[in-house]
Design a protein around this ligand. Structure first.
Ligand code: NAD
Length: 253
């Protein structure tokens, strides 16, 4: 039980990567606050099976709601040890088909949601806490077509990660990011046609050193590492979990 007596908050935890992180942390003995925005029934189906999973509704892009969520955790249990800023959306468009409302919505959830949840959570974090931001390999340049504006939100999350690591170090709070590649979830399936998705999967098998696309488990295992003292000397880093994309490796410095 690597997370016994630890208290975690996972945003966007009702499905996909977030849900897998909630399950992994629960299996390791943590009390996990599962934040969801709309999908109460999916969230409930997790809390009914996994131990010490508590549901908490909030739209992370609304500061008021985030503030109330942290107030609730403070009153309920008193503190936090682990925060996973996982909630995110991806709205694809070519650069020249810029859609102001969609781009702002992505920044609101992906960047401002991460900022609000981090600064509110920090108020109740104990020494030794770990903040884990789910960024994307898009944020370091490995974009697919039409994900440029999404990639900008994640680039900002990566920079925020490093600055938080720097400024919260005096409170012994670490902050790292995970940059997943293409993981099969509602987010990636929902953003493209079936044909585009099949082409992408073929590309990934051929252009990934590991020879497959990623799973939610691949990301949750790294989140667990960053949540524990096994990563106690890792701070301000971005761990890329993309199976080693050949096209990116060959162009990296
Ligand atoms: P997903 O769509 O299955 O999960 C996203 C979760 O965030 C959902 O539960 C959704 O309800 C929640 N959410 C969205 N807006 C919210 C809001 N305003 N407030 C609270 N919750 C909100 O997708 P996923 O693939 O599991 O994505 C999880 C994270 O991983 C996202 O930040 C995403 O950008 C990132 N990511 C995913 C991939 C991938 O290939 N799937 C790759 C890189 C990064």
């Amino acid at each position: 039980m690597r997370l016994k007596d630890k208290v975690a908050l996972v945003t966007g935890g009702s499905r996909g990567i977030g849900a897998e992180i909630v399950k992994t942390f629960s299996k390791e003995g943590a009390t996990v606050y599962l934040n969801y925005n709309n999908n109460e029934s999916k969230a409930r189906s997790i809390s009914e099976i996994y131990n010490n999973v508590k549901l908490i509704k909030a739209d992370v892009s609304q500061r008021e709601q985030v503030s109330k969520m942290i107030e609730y955790i403070k009153e309920d249990i008193g503190f936090l040890d682990i925060l996973v800023n996982n909630a995110g959306i991806m709205l694809n468009m070519p650069i020249l088909e810029y859609d102001e409302a969609k781009v702002r919505k992505m920044f609101d959830v992906n960047l401002f949601g991460t900022i609000y949840t981090t600064i509110e959570s920090a108020k109740i974090m104990r020494e030794g806490s770990s903040i884990i931001n789910i960024a994307s390999n898009a944020g370091i340049g490995t974009s697919f077509m039409n994900t440029t504006y999404y990639s900008l939100t994640k680039a900002a999350v990566i920079n925020f990660t490093k600055r938080v690591a720097l400024e919260l170090a005096n409170r012994k709070i670490r902050c790292n990011a995970i940059a997943p590649g293409w993981i099969e979830t509602d987010l990636t399936i929902g953003a493209r046609s079936r044909e585009e998705t099949e082409q992408l999967k073929k590309f990934l098998v051929e252009n990934t050193t590991i020879g497959r696309w990623g799973s939610v488990e691949d990301v949750a295992k790294v989140a667990l590492f960053l949540a524990t003292e096994d990563s106690g000397y890792v701070n301000g880093q971005v761990i890329v979990v993309d199976g080693g994309r050949k096209d990116y490796l060959t162009h990296s410095i």
